[in-house]
Design a protein around this ligand. Sequence first.
Ligand code: GTP
Ligand code: SPV
Ligand code: MN
Length: 605
Amino acid sequence: MITIEMSEVRDNSSRLREIITNTHLRAWIGKMAAMCQPDRLVLCQGGAAERRELFAMGVSQGVFIPLNQEKLPGCYLHRSNPNDVARSEASTYICTPLQAMVGPTNNWMDSKVAYIRLQELFGDCMKGRTMYVLPFVMGPIGSRLSRVGVQLTDSLYVAASMDIMTRMGDRALHVLGESAEFARCLHSVGDCDPRRRYICHFPLDNAVWSFGSGYGGNALLGKKCMGLRLASFQGFQQGWMAEHMLISGIREPDGNKSYVTAAFPSACGKTNFAMLIPPESYRKKGWQVTTVGDDIAWMWVDDTGKLRAINPESGYFGVLPGTSETTNPIAMRTISHDTIYTNVALLPDGDVWWEGKTAYSPAPATAPIVDWQGNPWTPETGRPAAHPNSRFTSPMQNNPILDPAADDPQGVPVTAIIFGGRRASTIPIVYQAFNWSYGVYVGASLGSETTAAATGRVGVVRRDPMAMLPFIGYNIGDYLVHWFRMRAKMADPPRIYHVNWFRRDEHGKFIWPGFGENIRILEWILKRSHGKAYAVETLLGWMPRPDDINLDGLELDTQAFAAAQRVDAEALKAELLAEEELFLKLAGELPKEMIFMRELLISRL
Ligand code: GTP
Ligand code: SPV
Ligand code: MN
């Protein structure tokens, strides 16, 4: 890292001109520093030594608590402000000159008004603080879709996290060269007052100004802000797609390798699916899953008409509660070293704990367990020890099943697209859309129970089109039209499916075992996509007969699976009415294909 004094910025010193040769970048940094008035700037260059230095600085400032370095080498605990533990959708804005550009599902602010309001907040906000300058690339270096961003932030936690989550440092400056094309990402934690929290996107300026939060998607601006909201708008303009999707590779026993992408809303199973370990019976036969990405896919159609995908990120910001040796052994290995743990409980021996890590709460030891807020905790406390949205930040290189193509600029071809939600009732485990257009309708009408990943009520079903409701950076009507139109570019479009791992029985128990066993559903999905599996036509789409899914070794028998697949006509009618919530909002923006698809579905009823 290179320290730059404010006087050098003011004078545009020759040293500064040597350090940052790009005139556009230097001018922008100069302007932002003049507004924020930090004591000094620190340019991050990337690399292992610098990462160690960032952690050491964080430890001395109390930002990071070192964990037991024998058990968890290179691991640190971070506690966020208790009012800052998840994405704040209510404080998230798309700022444009015209409200019509952002559509009915986004918060809108006039861009001029937004800049004025934010200039007031950012003015002098870094007095006494350091401004970290973080150049980063989203996407494998050299990919046609890869894009440069530069984040300015006063948070050391954000700097260390961006180093893990993106390709950060000198190589980004190298990719940028003398170009003016980079996402301008300005961030300050401010005083972390939720009433003065603004996550503002300026798609027309390729810029994000985020104030008042240091957490996840609000603060790591390469992720949801640039990687989804700005990128989705660029994709719309330039003919590609930015989606809230995992990407995984599956090798079948015949040696064939396919890639699928899957869009599930926040905290609905993408990381787990991307790191899936098939049960032993499948592994023995030769099934193997590898991870390309766990949260974001950027996709384009190549010269042969095939949809291809890259993961723009280089790390994982994953949910901890529910993660264990049984549910996700790959995540457990991934987070066993060089990982930031945010908002988990601290055990007396410097290990960490969260709900679901072990079957039982950790036994009270000689010294107290400390909860995510730093207070003493026992199983009797009656509050969770870890925050329900506690997370890990790990480099993708930690992942023992990282796909060899994870860093490939050419990306991977997409055979199937899977949509999924968290639904206790009504929605079957799996079905296939009849075709691309109906698949777009299926994705657009996706419903899911809300989770702790965003502030607000948890467990209420809401429409979350393509799992992108909080992340579409422009008008949702245009977004859906874009999805329908992508079909025309493709010679052989991916098949589209819908899954629901979360259906419950009358006792409230999950019917489907989930996690590694999801390979059984994936097996059918791949066979269908390759024209090798049978399916029955139903109201909702193509479905496997219960015999078409391998249930060997499961407690669940064919009859129980059939029950889990049942589509109740009355429940489906209620579902169609619930979809009206979205359709009414969209009103004038609704693409006609959506209306046709809905009419056809109703006619089948
Ligand atoms: P974001 O990072 O917020 O976008 O979430 P994600 O989609 O990557 O979700 P993740 O895989 O982290 O899963 C969230 C929660 O769902 C965790 O508590 C998991 O244990 C749980 N979960 C994941 N897959 C399954 C499954 O197949 N069945 C069940 N019952 N729970 C699951
Ligand atoms: C999500 O909420 O979908 C996440 C976590 O992946 S965050 O980065 O906080 O948005
Ligand atoms: Mn996500």
